[in-house]
Structures are given as C-alpha cells and as structure tokens.
Design a protein around this ligand. Structure first.
Ligand code: NAD
Length: 500
C-alpha cells in the first residue's frame, strides 16, 4: 500500500506514505524491497515501508546533486531561512500527528514527543532559519593586499539517524545543513521510520524544491552503508552507536574521504555532592536515567553520591523511580512506555542479569514486565570495573556508587571511554566550575540534567565522537572555508615612477 492510516489520541486519524521520498516524489524502492515495521507497544505489525538499496541511494544523490547545481546553491540565503521557518510552522501545526508517529512507532511517550521532542525540533529549525543569511567570513590583512574568507556550502550531504529521538535528531542535521545551502539525503532509523514520512509531506508543503531534501528509509547494512560509501556525498552526519561510527569512518576512508561527524554513545556521570539541593538532585538524576526508558545517549547512567548522604539519597531515588505507570505510550496517564524492540529488551535485560551477578545491591526493578516493558532498575555499591558501570546499556538501568572526595569522583567520572554528557549537583559555585572544567565531556549541566537548547552545541569527546549539532558550531560542520587573496597592484603611475 502506498499510504496507510495512523490512529492517534482523541480520535485523530491521518494518512502517511510508505514509500521513499526522492526529488519530491514518493516511490517504491527500485528493487521493490520492503521492511516490516513493528509496534513497540504490542509487538504487532504496524506498517510495511519501502526499503532503499544502493541504487535508490544513487538516485537520491543524483536528485540532490541536480538540485544543488541547478538551483539550490544560488538561492538567496534569506529564502532558505524562509523555507525553514515554513517547515517549523507546519511541524507546529501537525505536532499531534508527529507525536503520534513517534509514539506508535518508537514507543516514545506521546506527551514527551509533543512536549519536548517536537518543540525542540521547531526551536532548532527557527534558530538555523535565522542563521541562513548571517553565515559570513572575515576580511584579513596580508602583505600588499587583502584576503577574505567565505563559508561555502559543501554540496550533497547526508544524515543517518538513530531511533531514540528520531524527529529531533533529524532536524538537528537538516536545519543547519539546509541553512548553509547544502542539499540533503536523510536515512531514518529502520525501526521507526514513520515520522520521516510525515516530515517528507511537510517538506513538499513548505515549498522546498525537488531534490533539496530526500528521505530514504532502509536498513543500516544496506541503505546506511551505501550512503557511507557513496562518492557523490560530500559530508555525512551520523548519530548512533560507536561500533557503527567506526564503520562509517572506514567507509569514508575507502570511498571519497567524505567529511564525517559522529555523535555516538555515552555513559554519563551524574555527581551529587553533599551540599547539593537534594530534592533537585533526586528529580534530575531520576529523570536522567528513566526518561525515554534510559534510551538517551546522554543518559546519567552512572550516579556518584557523596558518602555522607548516600543512604538517604538511595531511599529518595528508589521512591522516585518506582512509581512509573507502564502502558500504551499514546495515553496521557502512561509515564513509561515500551523499549524500542525485542532486541533492545533482550540487551537491557542481559545487563540487568550482569548487574545481579556482579553482587551489586539491587535497589529497585530488575525485572521485565512482559512484552517490551522493563521496570526502572537501579543497582547501588557498583564497583568501578563492573560491566554495568562501564558499558552503555541504553535502558532504564542506573549504576550508583559512593565517593568521599572531589578528586576521587572526578577520576571516577573520567574513567570511561565515553565523553558525551555529565551532570553536577552542588551549591558551591567554585566547586561547580572546578568540576565542570575537569570532566571530560562535550556537555556538563550544573543542578540539572540533559537540557537541550538550539543555541548551545551538543556533541562528544573521546569515543562519544566529534562534531557538534546545534549552536553556531554546527554551521562549521556543514560549510567549508575558502580564502580569496588579493594582491593589490600599485597604480600605473607608481609603477612607472618606481622603474625610473
Ligand atoms: P545504530 O548505530 O545501530 O544505528 C544508528 C543508525 O545507523 C541507524 O539509522 C542504522 O540504520 C544506521 N546503521 C547501522 N549500521 C550501519 C552501517 N553499517 N552503515 C551505515 N549506517 C548504519 O544505533 P541505534 O541502535 O539506532 O541507536 C543507539 C545508539 O545511538 C546508542 O549508542 C546511542 O548512544 C547513540 N545515540 C547517540 C546520540 C548522540 O547525539 N550522541 C543520540 C542518540 C543516540
């Protein structure tokens, strides 16, 4: 079927396409291949969508290349900003539909998608819409002349997106890429691509010319790998696991050395000092590992608490994490939905078993609730080398440990291959600055966790990757700098008199 009907809350129904989106056309994969999409809540069949292969990726690159060469690179920057604003307006208008799609397809709570993910996508579109006509260079003095720099678009670019916050992460790439004058190919996650079908319809309605934005759903090893190897693509922005990030780098090296940015995994520390506002720390540390079922790259999955408040903190933490209402993510009374897939459920539960086997103290949870539902789980007294303290679980599983000194907890926090997000809870402003400086991470929050703003850069250090989404820095990732140097010749009279 070329379209299917989606049902949301309060009787909402709407159609979406199930096809690839290339050159503003919805079409089946050239090979006719399809993918079955399953509901995280019920495990049942939700949709069958076209599955792009390398020939579809080639067609998308051709369309994006034509659009770039014949039109888009010469479109006035203010016009690009206008189109991004228009897309933001349409996403705002259809927020319920997009939130429904993230909910039924990815298991994200409808209220989280509508209250956080969709507004963040809109904020990001508007932020970069404002940048479109303000991307500028410098004038530089050189001997006998002047040089100026221009920040130029790269051409055909691509974005590969994971399943945990698909709309928001797609827009983190789309907005700066388009503002900077590139054309784009997006590969949504194969586990939950339906949001991207709606996005494609809004791209057409917003008035983007054919080929400027193309969306090709497909599996990682097929569509994803084909994008990574495609020689016509000049830049690839990837968000996903560190393992796949490595494959992307190899594919770039083996093809055309396309520019790559990687937003990868994390094992974020949340550090609670004895002088912290404890209720505030409990609020944010519990949200930091239970929101979106812990399926967040910047999750605060390692929680370090000062020894003097440790047992009190544990009691408060368990109280906050144990009252989740599990159920259909579309319903307003549900506070915790299913994890994305059977495979993710099995992976998380295998870590829960490793936690139990390690001898750590199980504070709460530790069980599957049937289907793809998992109870919020926390282990206390977790040792530095325990697997659940080391590896990214990407589920609602906290590893908690105590510490005695600032130096000790900084060493523990940095004892990881990752460096994405970190949170510090303290009322001592000097300590907050000292520890924020010492932590190896791309983002540190003080007295909160995981806040996202379109004007602040987001990304990692160490094996959490390189490059930044959002903020002014993101524009650097989607442009290259050209310098033009003028050797200013002396006037004719001056050169004649110099020769005499
Ligand atoms: P994943 O790496 O399995 O998949 C991410 C995307 O890559 C998907 O679209 C997938 O189809 C594609 N892919 C898979 N194999 C590929 C290949 N060989 N070539 C090209 N593309 C390929 O990750 P996931 O399971 O979807 O997401 C979870 C991971 O993403 C976690 O590690 C999480 O920390 C990370 N993540 C990071 C951020 C961030 O901003 N740093 C945000 C969200 C998720």
């Amino acid at each position: 079927m070329a379209t299917i009907t989606i049902r949301g809350p309060s009787g909402l129904t709407f159609p979406i396409s199930t096809r690839l989106f290339i050159n503003n056309n919805f079409a089946p994969a050239l090979s006719g291949q399809t993918l079955d999409i399953l509901s995280p809540a019920s495990g049942g069949h939700l949709a069958t969508v076209a599955a792009a292969q390398s020939d579809d990726v080639d067609a998308a690159v051709k369309a994006a290349h034509n659009a770039y060469r014949t039109l888009w690179r010469d479109v006035l920057p203010a016009k690009r900003g206008e189109l991004l604003h228009k897309l933001a307006d349409l996403i705002e208008r259809d927020a319920d539909e997009l939130a429904t799609l993230e909910s039924v397809d990815a298991g994200i709570l409808f209220m989280d998608s509508k209250g956080l993910h969709v507004p963040q996508a809109i904020e990001t579109l508007r932020y970069f819409a404002g940048w479109a006509d303000k991307i500028s260079g410098q004038a530089l003095h050189i001997p006998n002349g002047i040089a100026y720099t221009k920040r130029e678009s790269l051409g055909v670019c691509a974005a590969i997106v994971p399943w945990n916050a698909p709309l928001m992460i797609t827009i983190w790439k789309l907005a700066p890429a388009i503002a900077a004058g590139n054309t784009l190919i997006i590969k949504p996650p194969e586990l939950c691509p339906l949001y991207a079908q709606k996005l494609a319809a809004l791209i057409v309605e917003a008035g983007f010319p054919p080929g400027v934005i193309n969306i090709v759903c497909g599996t990682g090893p097929q569509a994803g790998q084909a994008i990574a190897e495609q020689k016509g693509i000049k830049k690839l922005a990837f968000t996903g696991s560190s393992a796949v990030g490595r494959q992307i780098l190899k594919a770039s090296a083996n093809s055309n050395l396309k520019k790559v940015t990687l937003e990868l995994g994390g094992k974020g520390p949340s550090i609670v000092f004895s002088d912290a506002d404890i209720e505030n720390a409990l609020l944010w540390t519990s949200i930091g590992i239970t929101a979106n079922n812990g399926q967040i790259c910047a999750a605060g999955s390692r929680i370090y608490v000062h020894a003097s408040i440790y047992e009190d903190f544990l009691r408060g933490f368990t109280a906050r994490c144990s009252n989740a209402v599990h159920g259909d993510p579309l319903l307003s009374e549900t506070t915790k939905g299913p994890v994305i897939s059977e495979g993710q459920h099995a992976k998380i539960m295998s870590y829960v078993e490793k936690g139990k086997a390690s001898g750590a103290r199980l504070l709460h949870g530790g069980e599957s609730l049937g289907g793809q539902y998992i109870a919020n789980t926390a282990f206390a007294d977790v040792k530095d080398d325990d697997i659940i303290m080391k590896e990214e679980i990407f589920g609602p599983v906290a590893a908690v440990a105590k510490f005695d000194s600032e130096a000790e907890v900084i060493a523990k926090a940095n004892d990881t291959e990752y460096g994405l997000g970190a949170a510090i809870f303290t009322n001592d402003v000097n300590r907050a600055h000292r520890v924020a400086s010492a932590i190896e991470a791309g983002q540190v929050t003080v007295n909160s966790w995981g806040t996202l703003h379109a004007n602040t850069p987001f990304g990692g250090v160490k094996e959490s990757g390189f490059g930044r989404d959002m903020g002014e820095e993101a524009l650097d990732e989607w442009t290259s700098t050209k310098v033009v140097k003028f050797n200013i010749l002396p006037s004719r009279e001056e050169s004649v008199s110099a020769k005499l």
